[in-house]
Design a protein around this ligand. Structure first.
Ligand SMILES: Nc1nc2c(ncn2[C@@H]2O[C@H](COP(=O)(O)OP(=O)(O)OP(=O)(O)O)[C@@H](O)[C@H]2O)c(=O)[nH]1
Ligand SMILES: [Mg+2]
Length: 444
């Protein structure tokens, strides 16, 4: 009774009626809201379910694609891995000068047969991080299987840490030499006043290392004295290494063996143009030398490599030279050479002639153009070798094998289309070498 009375009371009251409607509306609203939420939830769960099913399905399809591919490649490179004679069609480079490029050896086997050679690094104690990085790279890509000796040269004594760390890194023996001051320091006959004046001049021209005295000692030493160091007396070949360089690919052969068997005397990987301001009068001296000793020049020399300024490929030389020298040189931070060539009377005569001009100090003649001009004039062009298959980097340039099969076989870590890759770049002289030097085999 009480209840119905209240019911009535509420019912007869206008505001209570509105309250009732609100109550009903709220219920409807809550019902609709719940329906929407559960619908959304259901839809979401369906979507998630679909996504999971799709993912599983796609993954299975991709996997189904990958498994056969894995099977396909599983044995694809077995021959190469074993480096056995059934190497077949694959060549590690598309354009090598060498006929029997792959020497069939186990990738990880230790080679007992070694040439009479050493790896050679001129460097300073403080360069140890870069020294170790270069060593690590060359050991990994080449020397761990051969264990060639490392010879280190310095104008001051190597410190204990340098000796310990490099000995630990080397697979072969390590030797440390102190360069005698007469092979390193500025000769007494250099005019000090003129020298200082010229240093200032190159500094103002913002030539790299333009005002460095030690850099000049280094260039002259590398041009005419490195091969006279006692520690090198016992060797026939050297492989020059600098701090902070990298070798991108496994070596497909022992480059020293290539040098001996193919009768090569100078090997390079990169060739570029020199800064003219560093060699303003070098070519005058070279022309004088050629006029004075014409009989020294090799009859099959590569003088034209140094003087060709025609269009080669798509390019004229990037640098306009004021002399007949086109400024091309082999980049000497990588060099594999025959020490007996540098020790020869012909090379010494050539070096002494240039040295007497004082250009190592009054200008900033580099060992790269000096070696390159010497090798180009005094050697048969076929005694100079471009190591096409060796991937290499010394800032700011790199060389990376173009052939994809070469990069796979040699496990290269480089990009032949990268900006720093120099071989057929306008700044490169390699095309001029192909044209005027030992040539190039194109098989593609
Ligand atoms: N012991 C010694 N070695 C030097 C000296 N200057 C240069 N070198 C070494 O000589 C080689 C060439 O010198 P770099 O400084 O690399 O010259 P660069 O290659 O023209 O120029 P960057 O590599 O760009 O510096 C390297 O192996 C150096 O470690 C020096 O004063 N004393
Ligand atoms: Mg360097």
């Amino acid at each position: 009774m009480q209840t119905s009375c209240i019911y009535k009371m509420i019912y007869s009251d206008g505001s209570s009626l509105a309250g009732y409607s609100m109550f009903a509306l709220r219920r409807v609203y809550l019902g609709a809201y719940a329906a929407i939420v559960s619908l959304s939830l259901t839809l979401y769960l369906i979507r998630v379910g679909f996504a999971v099913i799709k993912e599983v399905y796609l993954h299975q399809r991709i996997e189904q694609g990958f498994f056969p591919r894995s099977e396909d490649v599983l044995h694809k490179y077995d021959n190469i891995r074993r480096f056995n004679k059934s190497f077949g069609e694959l060549k590690p480079a598309s354009n090598s000068y060498l006929d029997d490029l792959i020497i069939p050896v186990e990738r990880d086997s230790i080679i007992q047969e070694r040439e009479n050679a050493t790896i050679l690094m001129l460097c300073r104690n403080w360069e140890i991080p870069g020294v170790l990085q270069s060593m690590r790279s060359l050991e990994d890509r080449f020397n761990r299987r051969y264990k060639y000796d490392w010879t280190f040269l310095n104008d001051v004594p190597f410190d204990d840490y340098f000796i310990e760390a490099t000995s630990a890194m080397a697979s072969g023996k390590t030797k440390y030499g102190l360069i005698p001051s007469e092979d390193w320091d500025r000769p007494a006959w250099i005019d000090e006043e003129l020298f200082e004046e010229r240093l200032q001049m190159l500094k103002e021209k913002k030539v790299i290392y333009g005002d460095s005295k030690s850099y000049r000692n280094m260039c002259r030493f590398n041009s005419g004295f490195f091969f006279r160091q006692k520690l090198l007396d016992q060797y026939d070949y050297y492989f020059r290494v600098e701090p902070d360089v990298e070798y991108f690919c496994d070596f497909p052969y022992d480059p020293f063996k290539v040098m001996r068997e193919k009768k090569k005397k100078y090997g390079f990987v990169i060739s570029i143009f020199e800064y003219e301001d560093t060699v303003t009068t070098l070519w005058d001296a070279v022309e004088e030398f050629m006029d004075t000793y014409p009989e020294i020049l090799h009859p099959n020399n590569s003088l034209s490599f140094l003087t060709d300024t025609t269009m080669v490929g798509r390019f004229f030389p990037v640098v306009d030279s004021n002399t007949d020298y086109n400024l091309c040189h082999f980049w000497s931070n990588f060099e594999i050479g025959d020490l007996n060539f540098f020790r020869s009377d012909e090379y010494l005569q050539y070096f002494n002639y240039l040295d007497s001009k004082g250009g190592f100090y009054y200008e900033r003649w580099g060992d790269a153009p000096v070696h390159s001009i010497g090798a180009s004039l005094l050697l048969d062009k076929n005694e100079i070798h471009h190591f096409d298959e060796i991937g290499y980097s010394h800032v700011p340039f790199e060389t990376c094998p173009t052939s994809i099969s070469a990069r796979l076989v040699l496990r290269c870590m480089c990009d032949p289309n990268g900006e720093s890759n120099i071989p057929i770049h306008p700044n490169s002289c390699l095309m001029r070498w192909w044209k005027n030097g030992a040539g190039k085999l194109f098989i593609r």
